[in-house]
Write a protein that binds this ligand. Structure first.
Ligand code: ACO
Length: 430
């Protein structure tokens, strides 16, 4: 809170009130409008929450104008270069980088919870083989509430942390199981002698009949992508988790809701949509045609992986992923024509007045699919990869919310329907 106040006056009634200005440690000043309805009799109208802060948070800071992203104060570039996903998970959950012993203890905790109840595999096998894995993820993660609901006490900090660690640990196991069900492959249990992303790749791709050696390049690349996707303050899926969490709902149900929100193509589903778009464009010669389509208001086509609600600058995660694309393709000895296509699309878009004026830059999803594809991850699993990583952000934000006095999330509306009218008996209606 700062001492500054903003005077709001209603010229029609002559009434005026002072509203306090809230200041965080960084970022724009924010007007605390809670007193507006009782002071002046007005609510505020902000569809899409483009101008509204719904909470105070100490987890992630974004300066969209400058292209800055920090987790708990640490620049994303430093974490991407020097940290690991598990360490970042600890940081996001606990607020500080761990000592070596704390990191080892955390790693052990996560390992301890990687298995899932056997009945969960029965549940997964009930889905049709070609069910979208995000639909399965939402259902299966929601069903974890059924396994852990009775004994769960949301007011107990230890139980909350246990639920958070459980979800981080089980998400890769569930994701791989959904994929293997789709492929008709036998389930593979988590190997806890492997590191987080190695373990996931082993569960995804190994066969009980053969030796499987996890690719170090693939495990490292996945670790980087998971770090970059781990949290992004109050995005649509995280806000969903917080909204559901504000009702006191079971945390597994909160995360299942987050998974559903993430699936949309305007949010995490964009990584899948980018690859579909690149496949549709097909050739660099077609790029100008698609750029024109993206600018045409009468055409629903948008450049997927472009634009962001907060970034009006190059998304810092996209910068890191673009560089990693070259490295990964090079190290795996692959040459993907989609990379050339993506580069050309970016080049032309960034020179185009429409994209310049609207400050539309590549976002985190523009290049991530190219890496996932190089690692052999099927396109339908791209958003699931995002969900595995973002689970850390969801549960960190949920923990923070539980530790802060919170009101139930309940927006208002501007009612634009019929005013009061009389009920007519069926025979009198036309
Ligand atoms: N292609 C073409 N035009 C675009 C694009 C795009 N990708 N993104 C925004 N615009 C245009 C809009 O048509 C609008 O134009 P107008 O002012 O003339 O009406 C203007 O830019 C502002 O766009 P909005 O949709 O109002 O911006 P908003 O902040 O609501 O949406 C969003 C942001 C959803 C990310 C949007 O840019 C988009 O749909 N991008 C493509 C999907 C995508 O990549 N999503 C992933 C985002 S990152 C993440 O969630 C992980």
């Amino acid at each position: 809170m700062s001492n500054k106040k903003v005077l709001i006056s209603d010229k029609a009634s002559g009434q005026q009130i002072e509203l306090p200005v809230v200041r965080g440690t960084e970022g724009e000043p924010t007007l605390d409008i809670k007193g507006l309805p009782s002071g002046l009799g007005y609510f505020t109208y902000d569809p899409g929450f483009a101008a509204t802060a719904a909470c105070t948070s100490q987890i992630t800071f974004i300066d969209g104008g400058k292209g800055i992203l920090r987790y708990r104060g640490y620049p994303i570039e430093q974490l991407a270069e020097r940290s690991t996903f598990v360490e970042v998970a600890y940081l996001l959950l606990n607020g500080e980088l761990p000592t070596e012993s704390k990191l080892n203890a955390f790693r052990d905790n996560v390992k301890y919870h990687t298995m899932v109840h056997e009945q969960l595999y029965t549940f997964i096998s009930g889905f049709h083989y070609d069910a979208h894995p995000m639909a399965m993820m939402a259902g299966v993660v929601g069903s974890l509430a059924a396994f852990y609901h009775e004994r769960f006490n949301v007011n107990d900090p230890e139980q909350r942390m246990l639920a958070a660690e459980r979800m981080i640990a089980k998400m890769p196991t569930i994701a791989a199981a959904c994929y293997r069900h789709h492929m008709g492959w036998p389930m593979v249990y988590p190997q806890n002698n492997l590191r987080f992303t190695e373990r996931f790749l082993h569960m995804m791709f190994s066969m009980p009949s053969e030796e499987y050696e996890v690719s170090e390049v693939a495990a490292r690349a996945l670790d980087l992508l998971f770090i970059l996707h781990a949290d992004h303050e109050q995005n649509a899926s995280t806000s969903t988790v917080r909204l559901v969490g504000s009702t006191g709902a079971n945390p597994y149900a909160c995360v299942a809701a987050g998974i559903s929100a993430l699936w949309g193509p305007a949010h995490g589903g964009a990584n899948e949509a980018v690859l579909a778009m690149l496949a549709e464009i097909g050739d660099v010669s077609k790029v100008p045609e698609y750029i024109e389509r993206a600018k045409d208001k009468n055409d629903p086509f948008r450049l997927m992986g472009f634009g962001h609600r907060v970034y009006k600058h190059y998304d810092p995660r996209a910068t890191i992923i673009r560089a990693a694309c070259y490295e990964v393709l090079d190290e795996l000895g692959q040459d993907d024509p989609m990379m050339d296509l993506a580069m050309e699309l970016e080049r032309i878009a960034l020179e185009d007045e429409y994209f310049i004026e609207k400050k539309l830059y590549p976002n985190v999803d523009f290049y991530s699919g190219i890496i996932y594809k190089a690692l052999g991850i099927p396109v339908s699993m791209f958003t699931v990869m995002f969900a595995i990583a973002r689970t850390v952000g969801w549960v960190s934000q949920w923990l923070e919310q539980c530790e802060t006095p919170t009101k139930i999330g309940r927006p208002r509306q501007v009612y634009a329907g019929p005013t009061e009218r009389r009920y007519r008996a069926l025979h009198r209606r036309q």
